[in-house]
Design a protein around this ligand. Structure first.
Ligand SMILES: [Zn+2]
Ligand SMILES: [Zn+2]
Length: 130
């Protein structure tokens, strides 16, 4: 899967290790991930549904601050590379194309701590879908 849709980072206090660290944010149509660059805590989100032109925004109810970010991405609906609004909470992840309004909704799926100590095994298997 070489699709490259959203790739950005957001510096904040990690919900897991508490460090002020970059949280790496990646999203493609099939999955979205948020990874702490300090401790490797990873949250995986899977698509819930997609919507074209919806204006409605789900009201985020999260266990910590919701991140409202903006980043460039290639919209698969209108084909334009431009600003996308990202909204990331503890149980949801949405991306919305500013150009056409195309929105991906993801929901929280699983979490794992992926940090490999230096010299440790790097053959950590990818998380399996449930
Ligand atoms: Zn962390
Ligand atoms: Zn678009």
């Amino acid at each position: 899967m070489n699709e490259r849709f959203i790739f950005t980072r957001h510096r904040t206090n990690c919900y897991y290790c508490g460090e002020d660290a970059d949280q790496i944010i990646k999203a493609v149509s099939a999955q979205a991930q948020v990874i702490c660059s300090a401790c490797g805590a990873t949250r995986i989100f899977i698509p819930r549904f997609e919507n074209t032109g919806a204006i409605g925004v789900c009201t985020p109810i999260g266990c910590y601050d919701v991140w409202a970010l903006e980043t460039d991405g290639l919209c698969k609906n209108c084909g334009v590379t431009g600003p996308h609004d990202l909204t990331i909470g503890c149980s949801h992840f949405t991306t919305r194309c500013r150009n056409c309004g195309y929105t991906h909704f993801y929901r929280f799926n699983l979490e794992y701590i992926g940090k490999c100590p230096v010299g440790g095994a790097d053959e950590v298997s990818a998380p399996r879908a449930p």
